[in-house]
Design a protein around this ligand. Structure first.
Ligand code: ATP
Length: 701
């Protein structure tokens, strides 16, 4: 079955009334049937639509003799006049009172502005109008009500409950679109026939009246070869405030993260693209039911979660709304569900749309115990799920929630049909960092040489320096580094020259507040780090050393030894852990050996070593003959006896002492290397593997 329609199949002319009739025949018929059965009806539609929907209904009712009384706040001929000076709302309430206390007969009483009358007040309370109105609405069960409300305004439940029949009219159903485009307008949208499905994607959230207005204002030639400019005209007009049409190319603007991109493409983008090629409505509906509507992008701050959401939107031609979870929550406390409803309404009107809830866990956190989740959070989650359930399958509205930890989310959110798709965006690895740096290098015209790029990739493997540092480099940090380089180049007037490796180091270190050590302090720190390094060189199960520094550029640490990424990340062996303990003592033992005195600088090393030794005994079966191979980890349900605890502690100390002694022996034998390494460190402050290789060849080996 083809989706393409010949021009002659489309209407020549179309009045606004006829368009509303043509767009919503099913909805209007349902309302009509309910009213015929004398059920009060509530129609939820945008304000501009309600007079037209009402007229369509009234015409049908009139045809079989039913009359309506329309209460829009103006004086009505057959009702007593309102008190002098009464405003719109007071007049409506006055008229409603007259009606429920008088005789209306078979007439249907129409309340076109029920939302204005009954808007609930913040904090879940009722406005004074609602309080006056509710008893009136229930006073006379003979009255048959037809109410209209705008979807942006919630109604207090007592008012909503008055209406057993409710109908929501939103956007335009896809299969009705063909009746809403005239021949003249279709000519502006391309040649070779009109494809309502292709148009639908761009205007699904626009109601029939706005759609007619937008189509009527289309300019441009007839039968253009390329429909894109005409579609773009329509698309821009559908955007409401606070939404943007992003321009982020998933391949060009996002560096690295190949597997993340592949998954996003495979699970969403390619499926939607395939759908666009289909012509069988049944097959299209089948695909639509399979596409995840909610997605979680999780990972540390600044790794590009929002950027990915924007790239996804760009590929879909979708608008993006970014909502901050904490901000929404603080508003929520005073203003009930309205905020969230408004967010969804706006997005749906601008569909295709992606709504990004940043820090979703701020209100949708896992409820670990009763006290940790407030009523506010609970109702926000419920409202979020209600809104997500409210989309039609064919509406292209996606919800992306970002969070640092997927497991921190309320599991109710993660069920199929909700946020069923979780995409992990971790800190970038070396390859990713190279690609991200390349994106910003190009954007900022840094002209990085290959060596500069290698240096930047290598240096950003370390933790972010500075007092606020201590985390790994994220995409955000890498962008900041490139911007720093760009500013430096501008200041130094070197925009035309390539960026070299030393520039990268300077950019990283330029404004770091490094501790100023005295000569003796520097000697101690250098001895300490050289001790770690030399002991590590004798431990065969450890990864090679990448870098040794005594520059004090990582938050809090005066010096460090950095090892390269282990070849096996997931399998950690017993020997590796023993070697790690041994090298952790390297700093302390070197100080003891050289100065016959130790500083407090090894406290965290000792702590770390003790933690590993404890794990070895308690978790990994290094219990010796007394404790055997058992899991001794402290567990509240199986208390450990005092005697066993004492044995555990003895075994831990035994392991630690064995490794400390081994370390001491290594350093004693390697003393010349220790001293040479220390002196080189004092001279250079930072050594990479190449810089000390001559020492290990000559002195060591
Ligand atoms: P947060 O969790 O703090 O909200 P986020 O994960 O949403 O952060 P973004 O705001 O998307 O991170 O990223 C911040 C900026 O970092 C982006 O605007 C972009 O310039 C840069 N960036 C992050 N990742 C990448 C990447 N992979 N490629 C290019 N630039 C990136």
């Amino acid at each position: 079955m083809s989706r393409l329609l010949a021009e002659s199949e489309l209407p020549v002319e179309l009045s606004t009334f006829a368009a509303v009739d043509a767009a919503y025949p099913v909805e209007i018929a349902k309302c009509y049937e309910a009213l015929k059965r004398r059920l009060p009806v509530l129609i939820e539609c945008e304000k501009e639509l309600s007079p037209y929907v009402y007229k369509s209904l009234r015409d049908r009712l009139k045809a079989d003799g039913t009359r309506c009384l329309y209460l829009d706040g103006r004086a009505a001929a057959d009702l007593p006049p309102p008190p002098q000076g009464a405003g719109l709302v007071a007049t409506m309430i006055h008229q409603i009172r007259e009606i429920v206390r008088g005789a209306v007969g078979e007439r249907i009483v129409v309340l076109p502005h029920l939302d204005i009358l009954g808007t609930s007040m913040g904090g879940g309370g009722l406005g004074s109008e609602a309080r006056e109105l509710i008893p009136l609405l229930y006073e006379n069960p003979e009255v048959l009500w037809l109410g209209f409300k705008d979807p942006a305004f919630p109604l207090p439940p007592p008012i909503e409950n008055l209406f057993p029949a409710r109908e929501q009219i939103f956007g335009v159903p896809r299969d009705r679109l063909r009746y809403l485009v005239t021949q003249r307008e279709a000519r502006k949208l391309g040649r070779g026939g009109f494809d309502p499905y292709a148009l639908y994607k761009h205007v699904s959230g626009v109601n029939a009246i706005r759609l007619r207005r937008l189509l009527g204002s289309l300019t441009g030639e007839d039968y253009p070869a390329d429909a894109a400019p005409a579609i773009a005209q329509l698309r821009t007009a559908t955007l409401t405030t606070d939404v943007e049409l992003p321009q982020v190319d998933i391949d060009k603007d996002i560096g690295g993260y190949g597997p993340v991109k592949d998954r996003l493409k495979a699970e969403i983008l390619q499926i939607l693209a395939a759908k666009d090629q289909l012509s069988d409505p049944a097959a299209i509906t089948r695909i639509e039911s399979l596409i995840p509507r909610g997605m979680i992008f999780w990972g540390p701050p600044g790794t590009g979660k929002t950027l990915f959401a924007k790239a996804m939107a760009t590929s879909l031609g979708a608008a993006v709304t970014i909502v901050s979870g904490p901000e929404l929550k603080s508003k929520w406390v005073g203003e009930s569900e309205e905020n969230l409803r408004a967010v969804f309404m706006k997005a749906r009107k601008s569909a295709p749309a992606v709504i990004v809830f940043d820090e979703l866990d701020s209100f949708a956190g896992a409820r670990t115990n009763q006290s940790s989740s407030s009523g506010v959070e609970h109702s926000m989650v419920n409202q979020l799920l209600t809104e997500m359930d409210g989309f039609r399958k064919e509406e292209l509205v996606f919800v992306v929630g970002t969070t640092n930890f997927a497991e921190s989310l309320d599991p109710a959110l993660l069920r199929p049909g909700r946020f069923e798709f979780a995409l992990h965006i971790p800190y970038p690895n070396g390859e990713d960092r190279r690609a991200i740096l390349a994106v910003h290098d190009k954007r900022l015209g840094l002209k990085m040489t290959d060596e500069a790029m290698d240096a930047a990739v290598k240096r950003t493997e370390e933790l972010v320096p500075g007092p606020s540092g201590g985390t790994h480099y994220s995409g955000d940090h890498l962008q900041a580094l490139c911007r720093q380089l760009a500013r430096m180049r501008m200041r130094e007037n070197t925009n035309e020259a390539p960026t070299v490796a030393t520039d990268v180091d300077r950019a990283i270190e330029q404004y770091l507040e490094m501790p100023k050590l005295t000569k003796h302090e520097e000697l101690v720190v250098a001895t300490h780090e050289a001790g770690h390094a030399v002991s590590a060189l004798s431990c065969k199960h450890l990864s090679p050393i990448d870098r040794i520094s005594i520059r004090g550029d990582i938050g809090g640490a005066l010096g460090y030894v950095k090892y390269s990424d282990p070849a096996h990340r997931y399998v950690v062996t017993y020997s590796q852990l023993r070697d790690t303990i041994c090298t952790l003592y390297g700093g302390r033992e070197a100080e003891a050996l050289v100065f016959n005195e130790i500083s407090t600088g090894s406290a965290s090393d000792v702590e770390h070593a003790t933690r590993i030794a404890r794990s070895l005994v308690e978790n990994y079966g290094d219990g010796g003959t007394e404790l055997g191979v058992a899991m001794w980890e402290h567990d509240r349900n199986t208390p450990i006896s005092e005697a066993a605890r004492a044995k555990i502690d003895t075994q831990i100390v035994k392991i630690l002492e064995t490794e400390r002694t081994r370390c001491r022996e290594i350093l004693e034998t390697q003393r010349p290397l220790l001293i040479a390494m220390r002196d080189l460190l004092i001279e250079k402050k930072v050594l990479d593997r190449k810089a000390f290789s001559h020492l290990t060849e000559t002195t060591h080996g």
